[in-house]
Design a binder for this molecule. Sequence first.
Ligand code: ADP
Ligand code: MG
Length: 749
Amino acid sequence: VMASMAHLQEEKLRLQEELLGLQEQLTARENGELSRSLQLQGQVDALKTKLLEQAQEIGRLRSELVSCLRAWAEPPLSRGVTELWVPKEERGMGGGRRRIKASPGCSWTLRAKRGTLRDGCLGGFLSSAMSQSGALGHSRERLPNTIGRGSKSPSGDWGSPGVQETIASLKSQPQQIKYIIKTVEVESAKVKQALCESQSRNQYLQEQVGMQRQVLKEMEQQLQSSQKTAAQLRAQIVMYEAELERAHGQMLEEMQAMEEEKNRAIEEAFSRAQVEMKAVHENLAGVRTNLLTLHPALRTLTHDYNSLKRQVRDFPLLLQETLQSARAEIGQAIEDVHSTNRELLRKYRRELQLRKKCHNELVRLKGNIRVFGRVRPITKEDGEGPEAANAVTFDADDDAILHLLHKGKQVSFELDKVFPPQASQEEVFQEVQALVTSCIDGYNVCIFAYGQTGAGKTYTMEGTAANPGINQRALQLLFSEVRGKAADWDYAISVSAAEIYNEALRDLLGKEPQEKLEIRLCPDGSGQLYVPGLTEFRVQSVEDINKVFEFGHVNRATECTNLNEHSSRSHALLIVTVRGLDRSTGLRTTGKLNLVDLAGSERVGRSGAEGNRLREAQHINKSLSALGDVIYALRSRQGHVPFRNSKLTYLLQDSLSGDSKTLMMVQVSPAEKNTSETLCSLKFAERVRSVELGPVSRKTELASWPSQEQLEGDVPGPTAPSGRGHPSPSPGHLSSRAASIRRKLQTSG
Ligand code: ADP
Ligand code: MG
């Protein structure tokens, strides 16, 4: 609004200036017009007076001419004198009219002249008359002088006796008159000429008058146009004034509106300000009260500040003291911690030993050799119909018992643990992992997968890529355990993979897998065995393990025509060595984890196999029975353990003896068609497991072992064994039973 107001003001000023300029222009123009019209008026007046003069002159001349002509037309012969009229002005000057009497000689001349006129030459006459009148004028001028000189009558009257006398005197002087007449005649030509000049002058003047009239007319026209322009300008001024008036009015209205708005805004602002003012007042009151309360606070603050200042001043000293005492305290604390640490370390070592002892005790109580059973699910390969029917059932209350329906009879077996078909790899490994970790503590561990071909040995040990078995899980667990102990221990995990086929040991990770390796005694006299040339890979991650496994598989596959068949007839070993160093004590440990996927335990020899197949079967049987013998000898704590009877037992010698731990995972098929082999495997498992109890029991146990024929024919009753009890043995049969079992193992695997 202010801006538009200012704009309107500017507009108004500009219009006013414009109006002033126009008014000035108009007045200047009017002044110019006025001065010009005045000038013209003066010129016109001058011309008018001139014209008047000319007209008078003309009139005078005409009258003179007329009088002259009249005088000439009626000659006063009797009188002989022509009266001549003196112009008014001359009368004034000369003091009245004077009459001149012409002599008779003069009248004659005039008559002659009249005769000439009458003869018809009027033009010539007129011109002569005119000239005469001119001459007359001239003589009139001269006459008074002459008269003055001749007679000085005080009255000046020609008719008076004085005049008469004068005339008389003149008459008496005829010569003189004659002369005068002659002079007049002579002068009349002059007069004529003067008349002519006057006429031409008259004409010139008339022309001048015409011209002046023309000029006057033009000037009048100019005046008119000027007046018109002035009128137009006036109209324009009026229009401008009206416009100005309108603009002014509009401006006034707008200004009024703005004023109103301004007033309104001011009112609003005022009311707002009042409200704010009120709030401010209230605030101020609050602040005042606060101030009042703050005063004591300020006092206390000042007091505090002063005391703080004092403290700050004293602070360096205090700090020094505190630091000294803190240093002393810290030193003391460090000393305490050191001694505590020492104590703790001592306790830790004692605990470690105790733990190991407890562990050993536990293992001893649990048995160094544990036997698990795992039943695989029925698969497509089992086919359909009664042959593929499930023959294995489980005890709902005891996970160590399973029942096998064989030839219509239910046989029950008790192992350390039984895994049903639905048990996952994870669950299986849960039970195994304690064994695996004991490897880190320096124990040697063997995990065997035993069973007929197709019972799930490889599945349990290797598993699938999506669901790995014990091998990979064990290594993963070792990695994580080792990581957990990394603060105190340095561990190195390395793996070897070997295969025993037909009693020949081959390196699956070596450059020459077909090369047969030998097992030798360490030359250091420690009694330890080693395999010269067996490749050992250091592994640090799951990726490393996978690479090693893949490499082993590839090597194994290239060495045989049918991997499935080959693998079922050979033992596959994964040997994991965990070497540890306790950095604080310098203690070194070496643990070995042997993961063995055994060859199929099915009794091939009975099916009349020949050649290679027979040789394979014999080797398998031999090695499996050797394993049985070794386990038997170990469990029965015999002085001699026949490790050397097979490559497998010989290789695993140090992992089976001493406080080593062994797990036998007996794999069985639940299918009806496999019940015979399942029965054999389960009997083998039960036997292995039951040997463990003390020497007397052992004897008892061994005495109860049936022959292979019995194994096949003598199926235990459908009742499950009650608890961990065993059938009562006949002690005398012990050695013959063992021999029988060894024999059977050799033939049946
Ligand atoms: P083996 O190694 O004893 O000859 P395999 O491990 O090759 O037997 O198993 C034979 C078949 O049975 C394979 O196809 C395997 O995947 C399958 N199998 C074995 N055990 C299981 C199980 N627990 N769950 C599922 N499938 C299994
Ligand atoms: Mg297999």
